[in-house]
Design a protein around this ligand. Structure first.
Ligand code: MG
Length: 168
């Protein structure tokens, strides 16, 4: 099982990179969300918390599922009506958000507020993922990346509260 888990994590991290999203991109979003609450917040702390979120199996599965569907939509390999729904990022679809919630859920309720906020503001990498002129499809990935940032922010907030770094 241990080996299996690390294959899952390695693949999830690799697919994120292949889709143009780095750990630093997500750490930037965490910084965006948290710097006003923490004096002296370091990018290293943001990066560390993103890394910890990426060790979670639920998160890895959400990444793989979402990116797989985005890729199939980009290659026009889905059946209708799903193909058109994903390709056009139809606003009433909502399953991309359900997948994102499975990530936000991992670290409790602060995550939902952060997710809602960052989804509205779309800073940094989220702006790029939402750019419809690139020909790429990131219907799932934009929500997933926002959710990872929100979860990492919650983790950081809890860790600061407890004045220690949680390692689960
Ligand atoms: Mg979306």
């Amino acid at each position: 099982m241990e080996t299996n888990q690390s294959v899952l994590e390695k693949t999830a991290r690799q697919w994120l990179r292949e889709r143009g999203v780095t750990v630093d991109d997500i750490a930037d979003l965490v910084y965006y969300l948290q710097s006003k609450y923490h004096e002296d917040l370091k990018m290293d702390d943001c990066r560390h918390n993103v890394d910890r979120v990426l060790t979670k199996r639920e998160v890895q599965n959400a990444i793989l599922t979402g990116i797989q569907l985005d890729r199939l939509a980009e290659q026009k390999k889905l059946d209708e009506p799903l193909q058109r729904t994903l390709e056009t990022d139809e606003s009433l679809y909502g399953i991309d958000e359900v997948v994102a919630f499975s990530i936000v859920n991992v670290y409790g309720s602060i995550g939902f507020t952060n997710y809602g906020y960052i989804d509205k503001q779309k800073p940094g990498i989220l702006k790029h993922l939402n750019d419809k002129t690139t020909g790429e499809c990131h219907t799932f990935l934009d929500d997933i990346v926002g959710a990872i940032a929100a979860a990492a922010s919650s983790r950081l907030a809890h860790a600061t509260e407890d004045d220690k770094l949680l390692d689960d």
